[in-house]
Write a protein that binds this ligand. Structure first.
Ligand SMILES: Nc1ncnc2c1ncn2[C@@H]1O[C@H](COP(=O)(O)OP(=O)(O)OP(=O)(O)O)[C@@H](O)[C@H]1O
Length: 362
């Protein structure tokens, strides 16, 4: 397995790029540690496939380098990069048995049959497909075909990285959670460097130790699922992760204090280098509550959705929509309420980027 380093990477599909907008990948500097479980998360068109294809060697970047364990592989074709890939749709040989499918990547590299058997049986056990080993792949369900496809990606121990490109697309929704946690378990057992590409936050947060969030060709944050939830580095991350996402409210900054609709809102701590002027307050719905002591931001309740474990309240304050996630009692549609923003979780964003530091709250 390998540490993968992307250095000063840029890519444009245009032959003569003239501005940032011409680049599918802006400037990317990123290190994927050996043995790490990473997710590459972002909406459609943000550049995930472009980045994956650059790592696998299907695309040569316009600028920059790709290093595997400090060896420059930028000019190497895919076959020389020693990578395993699992795609959206199963890549298996229908006429072969499950055993032979799993054995294929090893036999293809001339491994002894003893080793082949040992690895195939180990992977079959991890994937819980031992009872299918003699079945012809053509007779498998789509879910099981994709499981075998994953197995083929994991069977070799000498690959630099295993990359999964939206691997659960074809999986039945009720089986998705099962395979999601299976993949996590597989990483813990196989300990390979793994990159899991998805636009689905649940998949990314379940699988990865570190999530790389991309937007419009840029990496906006790399962090653990908890870090992305608790301290989004950019309003995009706050919005994209969470359900509903972080509330992003316009405010004015004067002398280091933030004012929402003229009312002062206490921030988590000091504001860094924003100067006075327009900015945004970011607060997750989980940290907005209905004030019980009459203080807080005045709002009117527009909608209350009971989604089982909790209620999602949509209120309007200073013409802005604010979501609150409440356990237990919730107000009713039309109620005038005061919203309490938990100070330690109330952040300031300037031009989209986090501009407050913790330390002021109770
Ligand atoms: N072969 C190509 N030629 C020109 N532009 C391309 C090509 N492939 C991708 N793009 C553009 O590059 C940008 C990034 O696309 P990319 O496919 O990498 O994003 P993505 O995050 O993988 O999206 P999706 O999840 O929809 O595949 C998009 O604006 C896309 O239109």
């Amino acid at each position: 397995m390998a540490q993968i380093k992307l250095s000063n990477l840029r890519h444009s599909y245009s032959p003569n790029p003239s501005s940032d907008a011409d680049y599918a990948l802006k400037k990317i500097d990123l290190t994927w540690d050996d043995g790490g479980a990473y997710a590459l998360l972002g909406p459609s068109g943000c550049g995930k496939s472009t980045l994956l294809n650059i790592i696998s060697g299907l695309l040569v970047p316009s600028e920059g380098q790709i290093l595997f364990n400090d060896q420059d592989v930028t000019a190497l074709p895919p076959a020389k990069r020693n990578i395993a890939q699992v795609f959206q749709f199963p890549v298996i040989y229908d006429t072969m048995t499950v055993y032979d499918n799993l054995a294929f990547p090893l036999r293809n590299r001339g491994r002894d049959e003893d080793i082949v058997k040992q690895r195939v049986m180990a992977i079959a056990e991890m994937l819980e497909v031992e009872d299918m080993l003699t079945t012809r792949a053509a007779n498998l369900s789509p879910d099981n075909k994709q499981k075998i496809s994953m197995g083929r990606g994991l069977v070799r121990q000498d690959v630099n990285v295993v990359m999964f490109d939206e691997p659960l697309t074809v999986i039945d929704p009720h089986l998705k959670w099962k395979l999601r946690s299976k993949l996590k378990e597989l990483h813990l057992r196989v300990k390979a460097t793994m990159i899991y590409v998805t636009h689905d936050q649940t998949e990314a947060l379940t699988f990865a130790d570190q999530v790389v969030v991309m937007q419009e060709g840029e990496v906006v944050q790399i962090g653990t699922p908890v870090e992305l939830f608790e301290r989004p580095a950019h309003t995009f991350v706050g919005h994209f992760i969470g359900s509903p996402g972080m509330n992003v409210l316009p405010c004015d900054v004067k002398g280091g204090a933030a004012f929402f609709g003229g009312e002062k809102v206490e921030l988590e701590g000091a504001v860094q280098g924003t100067g006075d002027g327009a900015a945004e307050i970011g607060i997750r719905p989980e940290f907005v509550s209905i004030s019980s002591n009459g203080s807080g931001v005045a709002a009117t309740v527009r909608k209350v959705s009971d989604i089982g474990r909790h209620k999602v309240v949509e209120a309007v304050a200073h013409d802005q929509r604010v979501h609150a996630i409440l356990e237990g009692e919730a107000p009713n549609h039309g109620d005038a309420v005061k919203l309490d923003f938990k100070q330690t979780q109330t952040r300031l964003y300037k031009d989209g980027w986090l501009a407050s530091t913790p330390g002021g709250g109770a």
